[in-house]
Design a protein around this ligand. Structure first.
Ligand code: NAP
Length: 434
């Protein structure tokens, strides 16, 4: 019997578990650990609340969690309640599926001012992650700067731009909906340090910005390169550029009071303000044929009361597990960190790709685990972990506990919404073991 511990119950953890069930049949016991009592990681706390169809993949993970060979061990933090070294002693294989929860820093003066947040914190806030429920970003200024030209920047801009009605069918946290209802924001600037050809948006995400009730995209025609170059772009990216061209030709819809400015060739160099953020100073750039940006020497100030840096994420090192600080992920070769220690998903590759990218990734790493051959007998596995935790007075929560939380959230949903998220850890824990 192979005993596997997977640390992290997000998409990469569940795909690794699914792969291990297929690969080892009846000869496996899998424990999926999470520091929260709620599973699904980025599906619950990262995917935008108005993208419910993406969140539906949780049904597939639920089937894995309820498999008799799998156990969800919630409310257990590796590094606090149990060490990685202890887990490696208890299990044949430990798989780090811990994602990339830390925001990358901009590294510019003024970043420490109140009102400057990483996208992980801001997205966690509107998605009701217990760590960020009390973030309270102020929306009393007309301007917001969202730094970055990826899908997370678009998610943040779209959520800020939508009306309460547009968010009605989402599972946005109640505190965020209330704050957005009183928002003064009318100018959302998406700052890209390079141009449309270098942006990493995808088609659906850009297209949605053209279909909002009260918000309209603003693209400067002069920021778009000569269309002759579009043919060389990969199809998906070419379509994104076509949408941007459409936005530029149409111009902003004057009837819509909220503007989403695509500010390409804008590199933030300083956050301005004394008590809190009051603006961002940007250096204007030009981009050469190889995609490298250089400053033109011109600068611009964008007034804003909130800055969201959506510039990527980093994994957080865990004890002695080899770490690649430049890549912000665990140092690994095709998922292998060390004997019996593996990583999958963003912990392995860094923060790129869609939810679905994690599936082949998880299956490939499990193939490597299988290729190691049968483990030596005698690991204590789940029984050993539970005994160790009990000895420390740590009470893990179960998948049944999550189902109780789920029922409570669904029962409390606003009309038309799928659920009302419980955002305080103590309130979540209170529903466990009930
Ligand atoms: P991303 O796609 O890697 O975009 C990061 C952006 O930040 C890039 O435009 C990058 O510009 C910029 N950047 C990095 N450092 C910067 C700095 N110091 N100053 C200014 N700009 C800087 O990352 P992401 O948006 O966080 O998304 C992560 C992954 O999740 C992506 O694969 C994304 O597609 C995926 N995702 C998908 C969805 C969806 O499918 N709906 C939603 C959200 C996220 P350069 O190119 O110049 O480096």
């Amino acid at each position: 019997m192979r005993q596997i511990a997977i640390i992290g119950s997000g998409p990469s953890g569940f795909y690794a578990a699914e792969a291990a069930l297929k690969a080892f049949g009846d000869e496996v016991a899998i424990d999926i650990l999470d520091r929260l009592p709620t599973p699904y990681g980025l599906i619950r706390a990262g995917v935008a609340p108005d993208h419910q169809s993406i969140k539906a993949v949780a049904r597939r993970y639920e089937a894995v969690a309820k498999d008799r060979r799998v156990s969800f061990v919630g409310s257990v933090e590796v590094g606090r309640d149990v060490s990685l070294t202890e887990l490696r002693g208890l299990y044949d294989d430990v798989v780090l599926a811990v994602g990339a929860p830390a925001d990358r820093a901009l590294g510019i003066p003024g970043e420490e001012l109140p009102g400057v947040f990483g996208s992980g914190a801001f997205v966690g806030w509107y998605n009701g992650h217990p760590d960020f429920a009390s973030l309270a970003p102020r929306l009393d200024h007309t301007g917001v700067a969202v730094v970055g030209n990826g899908n997370v920047a678009i998610d943040c801009a779209r959520v800020l731009a939508k009306t309460v009605d547009e968010l009605a069918h989402s599972d946005i946290a109640a505190h965020a909906l209330a704050a957005l209802a009183g928002s003064a924001v009318s100018d959302i600037h998406i700052l890209g340090r390079r141009g449309p050809y270098q942006a990493s948006f995808t088609l659906k995400e850009v297209g949605e910005l053209g279909e909002l009730e009260r918000a309209t995209p603003v693209v400067r025609p002069e920021d778009l390169p000569d269309p002759a170059g579009d043919a060389a772009l990969e199809t998906g990216h070419r379509r994104v550029v076509e949408v941007l061209r459409r936005f530029a030709v149409a111009g902003p819809d004057a009837a819509k009071p909220v503007k989403i400015h695509f500010d390409f060739f804008h590199r933030p160099v300083r956050i301005l303000g004394t008590e809190r953020v009051e603006g961002v100073e940007v250096a204007l750039t030009r981009v050469d044929a190889g995609g490298t940006a250089t400053d033109t020497g011109e600068t611009r100030i964008i007034p804003c009361g909130l800055v969201i840096a959506a510039i990527g994420y980093r994994s957080v090192p865990l004890e002695a597990a080899a770490f690649d600080p430049r890549g912000g992920r665990f140092a690994n070769q095709d998922g292998r960190i060390d004997d019996g220690l593996w990583c999958v998903g963003w912990a392995k590759r860094g923060p790129s790709g869609t939810i679905g990218t994690n599936r082949p990734d998880g299956f490939a790493v499990v193939e490597r685990i299988k290729a190691e051959g049968a483990p030596a007998a005698g690991r204590a596995g789940r029984a050993g972990l539970l005994a160790l935790l009990a000895g420390r007075g740590v009470k893990p929560s179960s998948f049944a506990d999550w189902e109780a939380i789920d029922r409570a959230e669904v029962a409390a949903a606003r009309p038309g919404a799928p659920r009302e998220k419980i955002v305080e850890l103590a309130a979540l824990r209170a529903l466990c073991g009930a």
